[in-house]
Write a protein that binds this ligand. Structure first.
Ligand SMILES: Nc1ncnc2c1ncn2[C@@H]1O[C@H](COP(=O)(O)OP(=O)(O)O)[C@@H](O)[C@H]1O
Ligand SMILES: O=C(O)C1=C[C@@H](OP(=O)(O)O)[C@@H](O)[C@H](O)C1
Ligand SMILES: [Mg+2]
Length: 175
């Protein structure tokens, strides 16, 4: 973490349901930084829900809005804890920007836990219908998508608070 501290945001990446949004809030509280959830930012900028952007304009329009939001967020001067959406890493220039302006932490979890966490949530347009099948297909498609991170934490057997504590302790130890 060392060389990146102070000048960098903490950027959480990972598949849907790995806990990015939840851990972002807990970590921000612990470290005293602002929490920024990219999906919430996009909804605020667009004035509608993520699932409505997908339904009305399709995934490509959402990805464009996502990249615009990411670059604006990363350019802010104060350190923030940023929860990205699971697909924000699909564009290589997004990953490059995260690595340049952030300390990037990937959260992972096994498929069964991801499915249990997200199956009954109607907010994620890519997981409507047979959520388990969609999770397995997308996990396969995105197999190496999160490998670029500076650090990876498997959340399968951790609570969100334990994940936040682990990241927070590492950050604070750096002084
Ligand atoms: N480590 C965890 N253990 C158990 N449940 C979790 C964990 N992390 C997140 N959850 C739950 O999973 C769901 C999705 O979490 P969320 O933070 O929205 O994930 P993401 O932003 O990565 O999609 C929420 O109901 C959350 O409470
Ligand atoms: O993985 C994806 O493509 C998506 C993940 C979602 O965010 P979470 O990872 O926070 O669920 C949200 O951005 C959108 O539904 C698309
Ligand atoms: Mg989220």
């Amino acid at each position: 973490m060392n060389e990146k501290k102070r000048k960098a945001h903490i950027v959480l990446v990972g598949f849907m349901g790995t806990g990015k949004s939840t851990v972002c809030q807990l970590l921000a509280k612990r470290l005293g930084y602002d929490a920024v959830d990219m999906d919430a930012e996009i909804e605020r900028r667009e004035g509608r829900r993520i699932k409505d952007i997908f339904a009305e304009e399709g995934e490509a329009a959402f990805r464009k809005a996502e990249t615009e939001a990411l670059f604006e967020i990363l350019a802010r001067p104060d350190v923030q804890i940023v929860a990205t959406g699971g697909g924000a890493v699909l564009a290589e220039h997004n990953c490059e920007a995260m690595l340049k302006d952030g300390y990037v932490i990937a959260l992972t979890a096994d498929a069964a836990h991801i499915i249990a966490r997200v199956a009954n949530d109607t907010a994620r347009p890519l997981l409507q219908g047979n959520a388990a099948a969609a999770v397995n297909r997308l996990l396969h498609e995105r197999k190496r998508a999160y490998d670029f991170a500076h650090l990876t934490i498997d959340t399968t057997d951790l609570t969100p608070q334990q994940v936040a504590d682990r990241i927070g302790e590492g950050w604070l130890q750096l002084g």
